[in-house]
Design a protein around this ligand. Structure first.
Ligand code: Q9C
Ligand code: ZN
Length: 557
């Protein structure tokens, strides 16, 4: 599939205007606005940054919003009957730095995630700048130790060049898959004294064409490479590339590949690849869902090449990893397990039903746990781990476990609408430590609320370092639909994993003992849900109007 270079959507004049604005560029990492500071990741890296003294103007969120106002003026054909007053109202909006969602001017807390309007995540920016050589703590950290060589240690892979991948021009709305995601996680690890500190730093290299082609088609690899020549390209309307994206994607894949082999050879105990762009939607021959190359797939093949006989991939990103599933569908050496919001195929990307169990000779080597609704929390995730994932994973006995770790099922995520807490992620990580001899490779996928992803990733790293999570995992009570989903999964997998039978029988009894929902009870339940909605995606009435007017605005949902 070829990338479409240049603009995809109409509005070429505004596009041209903003493209100019951007091509007058500056050094690239920083033209993207966010001068993020932070309330809560402490000002640990508070050394006065040279970045603050750059003389070029940064575009701030405010300026971008103004730019967007212009955009509105050009954009009136579609809504010609009622644009005048409403468009003015619409243009008075701000985008939440923490979760990217739009808000009206008269509120100062984000309607979507509750963040304060003035929130600046990382003013004391800990990463990337062109003169970062001597000030960047991570580079300094690298000098002091031999990276990834502590056999007992946890290795963290990160590279500033992955911050150079960003959507050069804002469309309707800031793209949720943005460089600040990595900055926020790194700042949080730093504030917790974990990295730099307790973890070693693992270097990234661009993956070779040969390695990439073990996963992707020649065509795909070349179409990603070709984006190096364009200011802005799109693979799908929400999967962008700039001139640096091909490099970032190859660094991400190279890092995952090397970390996998380092763990296999015992050079690192376990590791966390802080990478972007993410990978699990990228299939053999297409980039989609913000993903260019499939990092987890590359890592799995690298582990096999380094001597692993079996690799387990647990994908807890809120979206189904259609790309990873496709790549390993017929491969018995790689067991792919995904938990995702599915809603009967209505949730992106729509694949991953419980009945998808792998193809031809590899039936049972794909395990899908498709939630029927949003709002799913720790209890359902842990329940699924206990009653489906761990039994299957123990039986499979992988030599390495890779976690496709999106944090978009986290509480507060603007896309996922689920409710997993940092402690939930810690527990899941802890449970996976018992399979595959503690050989764990965590790879970042999605996750778009900066606070949620930072606290979640930090909780996971603590477990990698050997901390035992505090929450209790006994007597986990699933939600009704969670139990129903796990039962469906067990039913679909029973013939390939016969040892699941006793668990299936036990849960079937549990299900049968639930009192059936009466018809009228179900109706009122549904009504209430429509009216009030669960708290984490409560829509203000204005917000609702806004979304109606700007359907394109939530194209990522
Ligand atoms: N109307 C990851 O979390 N949404 N990707 C597309 C189309 C795409 C998420 C909606 C969401 C992709 C890595
Ligand atoms: Zn996702």
């Amino acid at each position: 599939m070829a990338a479409s270079n240049g603009r995809v959507d109409g509005n070429s004049e505004v596009a041209a205007a903003s493209l100019n604005l951007i091509s007058e560029e500056k050094s690239e990492v920083e033209e993207e606005e966010a001068t993020l500071v932070n309330g809560d990741f402490e000002a640990r890296n508070a050394a006065p940054s040279q970045r603050l003294s750059r003389q070029h103007t940064r575009s701030t969120i405010q300026e971008l919003a103004t730019m967007d106002e212009e955009y509105d003026d050009y954009n009136d054909e579609e809504d010609s009957d009622w644009e005048e007053p409403i468009m003015r109202m619409i243009s008075e909006k701000w985008f939440c730095v923490n979760c990217t969602m739009g808000n009206f001017d008269d509120v100062c807390y984000c309607d979507s995630c509750g963040e304060h309007r003035e929130y600046k995540v990382l003013t004391h920016d800990c990463s990337a700048s062109d003169s970062a050589e001597d000030t960047n703590p991570f580079k300094l950290d690298l000098k002091g130790r031999s990276p990834g060589m502590d056999p007992e240690g946890t290795a963290i892979g990160f590279d500033e060049r992955m911050l150079l991948h960003f959507e050069v021009e804002m469309k309707f709305h800031p793209h949720p898959e943005r460089p600040d995601r990595l900055r926020a996680i790194v700042a949080s690890l730093s504030a917790a004294g974990l990295f730099p500190g307790k973890c070693s730093s693992f270097p990234a290299r661009e993956i070779t064409m040969e390695e990439l082609q073990r996963v992707h088609s020649m065509d795909h690899v070349q179409s990603v490479e070709s984006t190096r020549h364009f200011l802005l390209s799109y693979f799908t309307s929400d999967t962008y590339a700039n001139r640096h994206s091909a490099c970032a994607a190859r660094l991400a894949a190279g890092l995952c590949s090397d970390l996998a082999s380092a763990i296999m050879s015992g050079r690192a105990r376990n590791g966390f690849a802080l990478v972007r762009p993410p990978g699990h939607h990228a299939g053999v021959k297409e980039a989609m869902g913000f993903c260019l190359h499939n990092n987890a797939a590359v890592a799995a093949l690298s582990a096999l090449a380094a001597g692993a006989k079996k690799v387990l991939i647990i994908d807890w990103d809120v979206h189904h990893g259609n790309g990873t599933q496709e790549i390993f569908e017929a491969n018995k050496s790689v067991l792919y397990v995904s938990l995702h919001r599915h809603e009967n195929g209505r949730f992106y990307p729509g694949t991953g039903a419980a009945e998808d169990v792998g193809s031809v000779d590899a039936k049972g080597y794909c395990v899908n746990i498709p939630w029927k609704n949003g709002g799913v929390g720790d209890n359902d995730y842990i329940f699924a781990f206990q009653h489906a994932i761990l039994p299957i994973a123990s039986e499979f006995a992988a030599d390495l476990t890779i976690i496709s770790a999106g944090f978009d099922a986290a509480r507060g995520d603007p896309l996922g609408g689920c409710d997993v807490t940092p402690d939930g992620y810690a527990q899941m990580t802890h449970m996976l430590n018992s399979v595959s001899k503690g050989r764990l490779l965590v790879i970042l996928e999605g996750g778009y609320n900066l606070r949620s992803i930072s606290s979640s990733a930090t909780a996971v790293v603590k477990v990698l370092l050997g901390e035992v999570p505090t929450g209790k995992i006994r007597d986990i009570q699933p939600s009704r639909t969670g139990l129903q989903t796990v039962l469906e999964v067990l039913a679909a997998q029973l013939e390939f994993w016969p040892m699941l039978m006793p668990i299936f029988k036990k849960l079937k009894l549990q299900w049968d003992s639930l009192s059936p929902i009466k018809i009228d009870e179900r109706k009122t339940k549904k009504k209430r849900r429509l009216r009030l909605g669960p708290i984490w995606w409560k829509w203000g009435s204005k917000r609702f109007a806004y979304e109606q007017l700007y359907p394109g605005n939530r194209s990522w949902v």
